[in-house]
Write a protein that binds this ligand. Structure first.
Ligand code: F6P
Length: 549
């Protein structure tokens, strides 16, 4: 979608509408409309998403949907599912949805149906997964594999790591999964310290197989393996790879029989559904992995076919646009009340910020007069309540929140889950209703405080309220539900990118730092002197001098 969204009629109408809403309160919206909660709660693919605690009237929603129409969000979904070249700067289709196309209906890229390749890759994954989990695939010394170590970074790490943590209740007790991403040697060294090379399987996950961090970790992992087992032939039974770059995989010494296919039409941050999900499948089994795909597919069907005004990812995305562009709020928090979703915010940070953190539109013009992707952040509740919730409740900044929680826990210890859910529901309510000065004064008086104490403390106990949130509840965090939840966020990102007119599927912004790092690396290792600003040059000289010392 080219052109600026600010040029649309709907945007102008939203601008005018925003002015009419000054003084709007969520308390009043609920008081005046008994049907609001029911009308704005959506049940999709196992998720129950309550959008009623948002600063939006029926007219707001109508205008936001009109914006989605003017930006042809439906046409965008059609183009994506059809395999059009939506990633125009890299000349690629965007087809993570094909990876979970459980109906296997043909998806044509470059005149060829990609679904047989997707099916073949899943079948190849199943063969290795079943062999490792059954003990048929043994290590070089004949012992079964007990530990899988994924070596990858960004999209080749965050998704699988997050999903493995989330689905730990479904894991095989005899197989552990580890994730090493950082080139900081501590990450690899600490992960490998308790492991036995004879029972460890490495998965080198890199779409490009050129990512320096991953290749550095992979080379060190291979050294560790060979030091432990003493035979170069061991690599064959202890290394698998996932990549589009088969030449580089072969050059690294990994047998192509153990190399799993990737395609350039899968973006790294959208790739957990591909063989990049191999550690997930090894950890929870191939059937569970396919359930994850099925959950995502259910959300795909909804996103593509539900009318815009009833479409959960579309509405959630539009509310995000409403806050980012009309209220001018810069960030967005995702707070899972589920410890096993601890890595969800990190996965979403890459998904959202690498996709929509752009200042050049897809048509090549610079974004002017509106902001694009927000800052995404979060931590699990209730921990978050004891760290940054002060700012959410009483800070001068406004941060819309997504609260997430399962109704039932995999770990039903007495009391725990009730407390967890009570806290989530109370936080969403507190953010919305707040506490007026009169209420704060009344409370203090009721507690027996003196007139002077009431006057002194009441202003500090005021909660402005009117702070919006979405609450997403689901029955249990199982593979299907998780798949639907993750696909919901992917589509939300897509819709926002479409509204803002950016290409959500390239990531040129990560390149400059990489280029400069390779120049600096050369200078740290040799006598070479590059052209740097005085600050960088002095830091390089300092490191060289300290290392020399
Ligand atoms: O540097 C950013 C990035 O390109 C991400 O988009 C990607 O997920 C990550 O690096 C890893 O890339 P690869 O899978 O090619 O190693």
């Amino acid at each position: 979608m080219s052109t600026a969204p600010t040029d649309t009629e709907a945007w102008r109408a939203l601008d005018a509408h925003f002015e009419t809403l000054r003084g709007l309160t969520l308390r009043a919206l609920f008081r005046d409309d008994p049907g609001r909660a029911a009308r704005m709660t959506f049940e999709v693919a196992g998720l129950r998403a309550d959008l009623s605690k948002h600063l939006a009237t029926e007219e707001t929603v109508r205008l936001l949907v009109a914006l989605a129409q003017e930006r042809d969000v439906t046409g965008g979904f059609d183009a994506m599912f059809r395999g059009d070249t939506l990633n125009t700067t890299e000349g690629r289709a965007v087809l993570h949805v094909a990876l979970r196309n459980r109906a296997a209906t043909p998806v044509i890229v470059g005149g060829r149906d990609v679904m047989p390749d997707v099916g073949a890759c899943l079948a190849k994954m199943r063969r290795l997964v079943d062999a490792v989990r059954s003990g048929a695939h043994v290590g070089h010394t004949g012992r079964p594999i007990t530990d899988v170590v994924n070596l990858g970074i960004g999209g080749s790490d965050l998704g699988p790591a997050m999903v493995c943590e989330a689905l730990a209740p479904y894991a095989s007790p005899s197989l552990r999964a580890h994730f090493v991403s950082n080139v900081d040697g501590a990450h690899l060294a600490r992960t490998l310290a308790p492991l036995d090379p004879a029972t460890t399987l490495f998965v080198v996950a890199s779409k490009t197989f050129t990512t320096v961090e991953t290749l550095t970790n992979a080379a060190s992992a291979r050294r560790w393996l060979l030091e432990g087992l003493g035979d170069p032939a061991a690599v064959g039974r202890h290394f698998a790879a996932v990549s589009t770059n088969h030449d580089a995989v072969r050059a690294f010494g990994i047998d192509l029989a153990n190399c799993f296919e990737m395609w350039d039409w899968v973006g790294g941050r959208y790739s957990l559904w591909s063989a990049i999900g191999l550690p997930i499948a090894l950890y929870v089994g191939m059937d569970r992995f396919e359930e994850l795909l099925e959950g995502a597919h259910a959300m795909d069907l909804h996103a593509r076919s539900a009318p815009l005004a009833q479409n959960l990812p579309v509405l959630s995305a539009l509310l995000g646009v409403w806050y980012a562009n009309f209220f001018g709020w810069e960030s967005y928090a995702v707070i899972p009340y589920d410890q096993s979703l601890a890595r969800l915010p990190a996965w979403l940070q890459q998904g959202d910020m690498e996709s929509n953190g752009k200042r050049t539109r897809a048509d090549g013009d610079v974004v002017e007069g509106y902001s694009t992707g927000p800052i995404v952040w979060g931590e699990p509740g209730t921990n978050a309540q004891h760290s940054f919730f002060q700012l959410l409740h009483q800070g001068t900044r406004r941060v819309p929140v997504d609260f997430l929680a399962p109704v039932r826990s995999h770990h039903p210890l007495p009391d725990h889950h009730d407390q967890l859910l009570a806290n989530l529901l109370a936080q969403a309510e507190a953010l919305m209703v707040g506490k007026t000065e009169a209420e704060a004064r009344a409370e203090l008086i009721a507690s027996g405080a003196s007139e002077a104490t009431v006057a002194r403390l009441a202003p500090h106990k005021v909660f402005e309220g009117n702070r919006p949130s979405t609450t997403i509840l689901f029955d249990l965090l199982d593979p299907r539900t998780l798949g639907a939840l993750l696909a919901f966020y992917e589509h939300r990102i897509f819709v926002q990118g479409r509204i803002w007119g950016v290409n959500s599927f390239d990531q040129w912004g990560v390149e400059l730092g990489k280029q400069l790092a390779s120049a600096v690396l050369r200078e740290l290792r040799t006598e070479a002197v590059g052209a740097h600003d005085a600050s960088t040059a002095a830091a390089i000289a300092h490191v060289r001098a300290r290392r020399g010392a």
